[in-house]
Design a protein around this ligand. Structure first.
Ligand code: FAD
Length: 307
């Protein structure tokens, strides 16, 4: 499927269409983290997300754990899991084996990524000599192995390695032409900036849904440090809201919930209906925001919220 052969008005959706959410988790390292993950999944699952995704550690470091987590989701829940996959530091044969494993476990949706350079973000990316050279290449490889739904990343403020936004958008177009049917964005805090990005993506003839990635700010200092690495800007007004709350977790959580709800509600007002939450394996804040959006357990949507 090519970028231009798809629907030209996928987003913003008509303002009457229902809110759809997806939740991202990371594979747990320890038994305690596994318990926390499943507490979060059990809490969020009744909200009937469109899908839930499980990340793939840098350099394939969580290959087995990602597989085990998505396979357990298939076995024990009615959720539709998407497994993340990167092609960094792996041969095509190794990546293909992971894709076949996903298929055998009943996974039909892959979030296909290039991944960070082995030497770390900011270093030059070197493809594995026998590996997929780029994300479009990886997508073609996945599609050769089966009929998977493929989501990819998008960067409203451009990827840190990208020379400029047009180059980034050109790569997104290549990913769509290779077979991606949805892009999930890096997190951002400025909705104007996101909207300008979506306008430029549409102007480039890319019609797939661009789903905003929403990050709850559990710990402002850590989020700001991660944002700096990821090339996501943090508005001064946001920093001010968390100022002085370093030792006050309770208030921080209330502020974080308010900030997240404000961002999402503003996007709803602008016509957006799909949201991908980076849950960090914690349910409370995301559950509260989804509740305010009108989502209710077992698909019973509130009639009035988010209208
Ligand atoms: P791409 O979008 O394919 O490329 C990013 C940029 O790199 C391009 O804009 C371009 O400037 C440059 N580039 C790419 N190919 C070339 C080339 N051949 N020549 C020159 N420049 C090039 N990381 C993980 O390790 N595991 C995960 O599970 C994970 N999940 C993610 C989910 C989402 C929604 C997002 C937004 C990111 C995720 N990441 C994950 C992070 C991601 O792996 C990094 O941002 C990585 O550096 C780029 O991977 P990508 O697929 O986004 O790259």
């Amino acid at each position: 499927m090519t970028a231009s052969s798809q629907s030209t008005s996928p987003q913003p959706a008509a303002s009457t269409s229902r809110i759809r959410v997806s939740f991202e988790f990371f594979p747990p390292k320890t038994e305690k983290m596994e318990e926390a993950l499943w507490t979060a999944i059990d809490r969020l699952a009744p909200l009937d997300p469109d899908f839930v995704s499980v990340t793939y550690g840098a350099g394939g470091s969580t290959r087995e754990r990602t597989h085990a987590t998505v396979a357990r989701i298939v076995r024990e829940t009615r959720l539709k899991p998407a497994a993340h996959l990167t092609c960094v530091d792996a041969s095509c044969a190794e990546v293909d084996a992971v894709v076949r494993g996903y298929g055998e476990a009943g996974i039909r949706h892959i979030v296909a990524l290039r991944g960070d350079p082995v030497a770390g973000l900011g270093q030059r990316y070197q493809p594995h000599p026998d590996g997929y050279a780029s994300t479009p290449d990886l997508i073609r490889g996945i599609r050769a192995l089966g009929d998977f739904e493929i989501s990819v990343s998008a960067y409203p403020e451009k990827h840190p390695e990208s020379p400029d936004l047009p180059a980034d958008i050109a790569l997104l177009r290549q990913k769509v032409e290779a077979g991606a049917s949805r892009a999930i964005t890096q997190f951002f805090f400025d909705n104007d900036l996101f909207e300008r990005y979506v306008d430029r993506v549409r102007a480039a003839g890319i019609a797939i849904p661009i789903v905003p990635g929403i990050v709850p700010i559990w710990d402002f200092t850590r989020t700001a440090a991660f944002a700096a690495k990821a090339g996501a800007s943090v508005p001064r007004t946001l920093a001010e809201r968390f100022e002085g709350l370093e030792d006050d977790e309770r208030t921080r959580q209330l502020v974080a919930t308010t900030v997240c709800a404000e961002q999402v509600f503003d996007l709803v007002k602008r016509g957006y209906r799909d949201f991908h939450f980076y849950t960090m394996n914690r349910a409370e804040l995301v559950y509260a925001v989804c509740h305010m959006l009108g989502l209710r357990p077992n698909g019973k949507a509130s009639e009035t919220a988010a209208a």
